[in-house]
Ligand binder design. Structure first.
Ligand SMILES: CC(C)(COP(=O)(O)OP(=O)(O)OC[C@H]1O[C@@H](n2cnc3c(N)ncnc32)[C@H](O)[C@@H]1OP(=O)(O)O)[C@@H](O)C(=O)NCCC(=O)NCCS
Length: 185
């Protein structure tokens, strides 16, 4: 994909982090869990992707696709019946991409105890209806935490680019050998 379109004319050139903040709450049902009643990792990643996309939509006001989801630690299990709350905001906007941070908590509905269960960084790319990349507004970090995340996002982008170049130099980004997909069951 090579062409980059100017940003949507109705978009302001700068948006605040607060204007991108998004939140989703889910109750964990049997369909979301494994046979031991714990939330499936893939289901949690789906919720993270959706909540991250909400912040990216609010920033870009156009279509977005997920370009990358960084390493995720599943810190503790989430159980059947728990209330899962996910919060997201854009950490930094680049040219057509945005890094979004998502943090996830689980609430035990009987004890009311709330614990942090996962965090993730995702990169979304803004596109139009035809799939052409779109420039996104700049992001204005205002609070000390927003400024810290904004600065850290640049370091993570540099790390991602270096890692991607390393994989390309090594041959294939997702070769069978690297993923272990060439191993017969
Ligand atoms: C994401 C996608 C639009 C990037 O298109 P591309 O032509 O490869 O784009 P480029 O390499 O020119 O990079 C475009 C932007 O995306 C960013 N980007 C591309 N791949 C990335 C990756 N793996 N991780 C982080 N950022 C990435 C680049 O840094 C660049 O950002 P900038 O414009 O802010 O500087 C394209 O790869 C795509 O459509 N992927 C499939 C998306 C999808 O279907 N997602 C659902 C998950 S299954």
């Amino acid at each position: 994909m090579s062409s980059v379109q100017a940003s949507n004319p109705s978009n302001p050139p700068v948006r605040t982090v607060a204007s991108t903040q998004s939140e989703m709450t889910e109750i964990i049902l049997p369909n979301d869990t494994n046979i031991l009643g714990s939330l499936l990792g893939g289901r949690l990643m789906h919720f993270i992707d959706l909540t991250g996309a909400m912040a990216a939509y609010r920033h870009s006001r156009t279509h977005v696709v997920t370009a990358a989801m960084d390493h995720i630690d599943f810190i503790r299990p989430v159980h059947l019946g728990d209330l899962l709350t996910l919060k997201s905001s854009v950490n930094r906007a680049f040219s057509t991409s945005m890094e979004v941070g998502v943090k996830v908590w689980a609430e035990n509905t009987r004890t009311a105890s709330v614990s942090h269960v996962a965090s993730a960084y995702l990169v979304f790319v803004a596109i139009d209806q035809e799939g052409r990349r779109q420039r996104v507004p700049e992001l204005l970090p205002e609070t000390p935490n927003e400024i810290r995340r904004y600065e850290d996002a640049l370091r993570r982008r540099e790390h991602r680019e270096a890692e991607s170049a390393r994989r390309k130099a090594a041959g294939h980004a997702t070769s069978d050998q690297e993923t272990g997909a060439d191993v017969k069951p």
